[in-house]
Write a protein that binds this ligand. Sequence first.
Ligand code: DGI
Ligand code: FE
Ligand code: FE
Length: 187
Amino acid sequence: MENQKIQEKLRKLLKKERYEHTIGVMYTAASLAMSHHAEIPLALKAGLLHDCGKYGTLKEQVERCKKHRIPLSDAELQMPSLVHAKLGVYYAQKRYETNDPEILGAIRYHTTGRPDMTLLEKIIYIADYIEPGRREIPGLTEIRQMAFRDLDCTVCMVSERTLEYLKAVGKEIDPLTVETCRYYNQR
Ligand code: DGI
Ligand code: FE
Ligand code: FE
């Protein structure tokens, strides 16, 4: 499906702030693709779709997974804020006619990351964190600068910050979030 049409659908479906974040991620991903020699059309589409599962309450998101027989891990049942990534992959295919495995991977892993990510997966993981509309947090300026120089180093920084944040607020942590941080620290 054309990006213009997907954009119209998402504008109606998502909350205003979520939609604006989506557009921010789309263009940030395209900029990172320019800087790191990735395919711009793939980056645009993956950025546009990365949060397409993120509407309604967390409970509704879990229920929609059950309805569509999308299996959830124990971690996802305990941390429903992770569920929209899996749900997004399903909607990308069913509603937005997007079956490119690279794009689906980028949607799937945009929240937790994973060890040994593809180029596009790294771009979306990072774009989600640095897009211009993101609330300013300490260190974001340095992360934004690094994002246009070294993707692996930036994934390392982002995953460290995310882990620190989750520990500080006492949230449960998905094993994949820990593995991402460990992998990119050792590399
Ligand atoms: O959907 P967005 O708000 O744009 O961003 P996101 O998909 O990265 O993540 C939503 C939240 O998920 C964010 O506050 C960070 C959090 N998160 C990432 N890894 C974990 C996690 N939350 C929990 N509970 N556990 C994790 O391992
Ligand atoms: Fe998300
Ligand atoms: Fe996002």
